[in-house]
Structures are given as structure tokens and as C-alpha cells.
Design a protein around this ligand. Sequence first.
Ligand code: SF4
Length: 480
Amino acid sequence: MCGIVGIIDQDSAIDKIYPALVALQHRGQDAAGVATFEQGFHIKKGNGLVLNVFNQKNIERLKGTIGIGHVRYPTVGAGVVEDAQPFISTTPYGIALAHNGNLVNYFDLKKTLIENELRYLNSNCDAEVILNLLSIELVKMDLRIFEPEKLFRALKKVYERLNGSFSVVSVIAHKGLLAFRDKHGIKPLVFGKDETGYCFASESVALDLLGYKDIIDVQSGEALFINCEGDCYRKQIEKGKKATCIFEYVYFARPDSVIDGIGVYEARLRLGKELGNECSTHKIKPDVVIPIPDTARGAAQMVAEVLGVKHREGLIKNRYIYRTFIMPTQSERIEAVRLKLNPIKSEITGKKILLVDDSIVRGNTSREIIGLLRSFGAQEIYYALYSPPLRFPCVYGIDMQTRGEFIASDKSIEDIKKLINADALIYQTVEGLIRGVGAGVRGFCTACFTGSYPTDIPPLIMERIEADRTKKNLGSGLEI
Ligand code: SF4
């Protein structure tokens, strides 16, 4: 999971890119980068938060009215600064590119680029592969006269070689801004237009912040090119079955975002309603419903409403601790969990508590929280998840790529309940998840719950991705 932004404007691009990246910070805290263009490319990237990477001095250096930005959560890249985006290619014209997603066939493409196409790749990041493929296909065109249609034809060739998820923003020097989304639309990408230009971003919150009124989803398989005169060209490059990542609504995206026409907050409320109905079929009598902050708040409120039980805040989060999900190493996550939550004793002691959470990956966090609440005198603790058991690795850019990391991959719900020391454990059903998020709309990737992947995943590739994740010891991202 990463965040991207692309701007073409009459005013300084960095003035919009910087706040947009801050708004997208929840999508990755590992690295941040910006490339703007004015006569030449101006680039600044580094490891850390947006606030740490950029300062007045380097912001002043990022000149130009066109640019792209990125916040990184490491997927294929190993997390070193060389993997930070955007990447630049000198031919043709000069191209800067950043992406959110994960190429399933990254290793094969990289090998082919190096061995057959004699390209030098300086990173372990799949954005560099997409950039090289785009550069290669563009060079094959007769570009003495640049036309958006030629760009789209080159892009079609690139799409044919890519397997996986990709939402991309790219600056083509002296030509304009390009944005495109994979044919299943797995990762979100929206854009807005005002009187001075266009802005693309991973989530609508970034555009809200910048004052864009009409926010539109880039369609699955669609590319948009805005030239330097501000003319917009749209093209359906490929068509595929819609498969928006359903986990965006469960966890990743900010609740104030709207993705593919569905409000994330509203989706979480509906998921809570579905979960409340599920809870009512279990023999539990909670005194109070308490969310695990922050993601589960809306859902917990609805669970309480459905069950007719009090809803209270019983766990307070230290807001200065990063989300544990995006802490890339196991040791960092363990520390963060310990620091993260503290109970409100008056809401816990002597109470039968129904805790509502978004998901369980390994179960370590859930066990720690339950232990914490028991130490504060909770009488009984029921644990309810507004998503189904996570069982299958995500190969599309979410850092939970090895099966062995999922507590539910080889354990029954009863076993998990015992392991986390809960008095009851209630999961959302897959049907409830799709109903809750979709509200009648269909077309989601649910692969981490169902094992049904929207793209072709040869077993060998899956093994290789899992082995790579294990080797890098990045571990699972959701929680421990
Ligand atoms: S596998 Fe899960 S996390 Fe990955 S894209 Fe699909 S729904 Fe999202």
C-alpha cells in the first residue's frame, strides 16, 4: 500500500503535492518522494515521514507547475532509499513515474529487462520496471510528433506485459501528466479538475483538502493524459473484471475517502450493521461495545446499535505512535503495540465487553489487548471482527504475503478464540463483507479472504513472492 499524487497546474505544483502527501501519509510512512518538472526534473526523496523528508529549503528547490509525489509502504522494494519513488528515465523526453500496487510478475520482468533489453535497474522497486517498460514502448513509436494516441498505444503494450495491481502517475517532460490504473482497478485512483489544472491522488481526501469539488474515479484499465496546455485525453487501455481491493474499505483507506463511488465511513457503518446481526446469533450478553481504535469506531457504533448495548471508548490510543500495520519489521511492531493503547478503567472493570476490531492477522495484538483488559478487571471479553478470517496472501501490494503469518490459515475459529484468550470470537461472513462494503455494488478483490485472485497467479510465482517476503523478514503488516 502506497499513496500517489500527480499535479498539472498553472501554479507551483509542490504547493499542492506536499499537503496531498500529508493527507495520504496513512498509506505509507516508510519513505516519501517528489519529482517536479521545470526545464529539468527536480527530485527529492528519502526515508521517513513527509514532514521529515521535506523542509523549506528542498521544497523551494522543487520548481515547476507539473509534478508527482509518493509515500511508500514497502512491498517488493526492500525499504532502502534507492527504492523510494518517483523514478526517472531519460528516454524518451524524460519521464518521472510513481506507482501504488504490486506486480506479480516483477521478478520475471526485471530479469527480462536486464538480460534481454540490457536495461540497468538500480532498485528493487516495481515502479522502476513499469517506467522502463513505458520508456521501451515509447521509444518504438515515431515520436518526432508527439500525440497522446501514440502514448496510449505504447501503454497498451505495457499493460500486456504487466500482471498485478498498478495505479500510476507519471510526468512526461515538456508534454504533460499521465495517469493510469490496472484493468481490474485493484488500487484506487481519483482525479479532480479546477480552473487551474488537474490533480490525481490515491484517495479523495487529498483532493478534498486541496478544494477540488468534482472528484472522479479513474476507471479500471483507463489512462488519462493532460497536456501542458491543459487538454485532457482519456482512453480505455484494457478492460477487465472490476476488482477494487475490499480491504481498502475495511482498513487501509481513511474513513473520509470515497473509493469507486463508495464512502469508506459508510462502508464501515454497514459492515458494523452486518457484524451486529452476526453477533446477535451468538449467545453473548455484553454490557458494553468498545472499538479497537481508530479503524473500528464506526463499525462498533453500529454493532452497539443493532444489539441495543452501550457504545463506549474503552481504549485510548497514543496518537503519536504510527499505525502498527505499516511498521515494516516485527520488532518495530511489537514495540508500537505496547506503546499504542491504554484502557479507561471505569469502562472496563467488572464489565462484559464486546471488542470490535477490523481484522486479525497473527493474533498477537488481539491477545495482548485482551490480556491488558483482563488485567484491568474485565469480566468477560468477546472479540468481533468486521471482516472474515484472513487466510490467503495478498500479492497486490499489501504486506501480508506469507500464508504462515495468518492465524486463520490453519486454525479453527475455536482454536483462535483460545489462543487469543477470548470468551467468544465472532467473524464477519464473506457475504456480510461484500454486502456491507458493496451496498449492491459488485466487483471487489476478496482474495485474502477467499483465495480467489482477480489476476492469474501461477503457483511458482506465489511461492517466489512468499519466499521473498520471508527472506526480507518484513513480516505481516496488519498487526502482530
Ligand atoms: S488480496 Fe486482500 S488486501 Fe490484497 S488487494 Fe485483494 S482484497 Fe486487497
